[in-house]
Design a protein around this ligand. Structure first.
Ligand code: GRF
Length: 191
């Protein structure tokens, strides 16, 4: 049984697809806790699904280290083997990442190493990229780097706007993150 925590900051759609895939496809996995660094729509969606949730707000802590210590404590308390970042909008420190070396996975809306960071869809359009997509990778201390686990791509269309592209990439995200979870649960994939 793969026990994993999910870290979110916003909409939470990738988290819901992971939660629903576990049920729908009978994946030997369990979301131990959904942690957010602020109140957000995703927390409500997690509660709707009966998942344990915890809002650990940065503003209640003096330092990033104290904030991350609280997050680490929640991950451990819920006996989580892995941590799936799903739209977690804060950069985790090297100390935090090293503490969970080989256990943290991120989903990023671009074909890394292209378009690290934010506004990936607009940047793909601005650069006239032929293809765009999504990457799932292991998290290391460097932003949006770390060994690649899976990628899915799609062609850009002349009519694409940042919003239309984001919507099409999101459909790929919703397939690929559960796919990676399935790989872990079936032991086809090891980190
Ligand atoms: C997704 O595009 C994900 O790739 C990125 O943040 C967004 C989160 O969306 N890291 P959601 O909160 O899962 O709906």
């Amino acid at each position: 049984m793969i026990r994993f925590a999910v870290l979110i900051s916003g909409r939470g759609s990738n988290m819901t697809y992971l939660a629903d895939a576990i049920k729908d496809y009978n994946i030997a996995a369990q979301i131990t806790v959904v942690i957010s660094n602020r109140y957000c729509a995703g927390i409500t969606l997690a509660q709707d699904r009966g998942l344990p949730t915890k809002v650990i707000n940065r503003k209640n802590f003096n330092t990033q280290a104290e904030h991350e210590a609280a997050i680490a404590a929640a991950i451990h308390y819920h006996r989580s083997k892995y941590v799936f970042l799903a739209g977690y909008m804060a950069i985790l420190s090297g100390d935090f990442v090293n503490q969970f070396a080989g256990q943290i996975i991120n989903i990023h809306p671009s074909l890394l190493p292209a378009f690290k960071g934010l506004n990936t869809h607009q940047r793909a359009i601005d650069e006239n990229a032929a293809t765009h997509g999504v990457s799932v990778h292991m998290v290391t201390a460097a932003l949006d780097e770390g060994p690649m686990i899976a990628q899915a791509s799609l062609p850009l269309m002349a009519s694409d706007t940042a919003d239309s592209l984001a919507a099409r990439v999101l459909q790929l995200e919703h397939q690929i993150y559960p796919f990676v979870l399935l790989g872990l649960a079936k032991k086809i994939l090891s980190l």
